[in-house]
Design a protein around this ligand. Sequence first.
Ligand SMILES: [Zn+2]
Ligand SMILES: [Zn+2]
Length: 363
Amino acid sequence: MKRDYYEVLGTARGASEDEIKKAYRRLARKHHPDVNPDDKEAESRFKELSEAYAVLGDKEKRAEYDQFGHAGARGTGFDFSDFDMGGFRDGGFDFGGFAYEDLFGDLLGRSRRPGPVRGENLNYSLKVSFEDAYKGVEVPMTFSHSAVCDRCHGDGSEPGSSRVSCPRCGGTGQEKIAQGPIQFAHACSRCQGTGKIVSNPCSSCGGLGSRDKQERITVKIPAGVDTGSKVRVPGKGNAGSNGGPPGDLFISVEVPPHRYFRREGSDIYLDLPLSYREASLGDKISVPLPDGKTTLLTVPPGTQGGQKLRLKGKGFPRLKGKGRGSLFAVIKIKVPKGPKGKVADLIEELERTMDMDPREGLW
Ligand SMILES: [Zn+2]
Ligand SMILES: [Zn+2]
């Protein structure tokens, strides 16, 4: 029983051409016989993959397969059952739209022409105060990265001149080296496989196409960041090569602890000392917030030490998800230190009048 081609490639039936191509590339590399020598299972898996891709990678054949299944695909003459693995190696096989080199070139030590390469990402770290992490902040920062040269726009040639065919490889981008009967090709050392060289280097970048540049930007740090948060600044990494896009700049945030606020996720904890009277009779107490403002907290009568009173929506904004966390006031009861005279007398009298055992029912 033949397996479903989509199942073989591990893609959904509605997968895009690109998804199918990616899935095939990934699996074909994994199961390629050169990577798994003498592994019969990998070999048959590789044949199965190639067959599936020969159909699903082709618009017409795929439509036919979608409609008629394997019967349709076989009808088009695809039968790999007696396919010889040797066929893959002589270079004569058309890999359904890829050159063999393109797929496995780097595995086999062969070269392929370098395409556009995305620039590197850069990482910077930044300290953000607890207050700024609560409110959000815009931070000016200076950093250096390699940027596309303004003078030659990345080409490396002095304006007015252009690249010329590489004399070492004759413009093919490949050098061939014979080892016994086998000929190997690798990327030309002079032109790095591009086939072209700069004949008149740009006076600004010396032919590199990019230059180290100091740049001053303003980074927007969103409210809610915490230690470990990363803020991405697109396109501010290093310049790409061969016309590739630049990388991104990542800012790793560090938020040092606060003197009296403690953070847990998007919630904030604050110790709130109350007097004996405030806790027992209740009151409205002004509580500080990390942004410098204050808010009124209602302390209900009979509030006990250690109790947490919650102020909803006064915590940090949630970076993922909606809304904000809470601010919890952790109640501490303050009693007078070593009271004497009238104060001590009144407390004694209060205790007698109340007739309360604070440990009642505990043990
Ligand atoms: Zn330049
Ligand atoms: Zn060359």
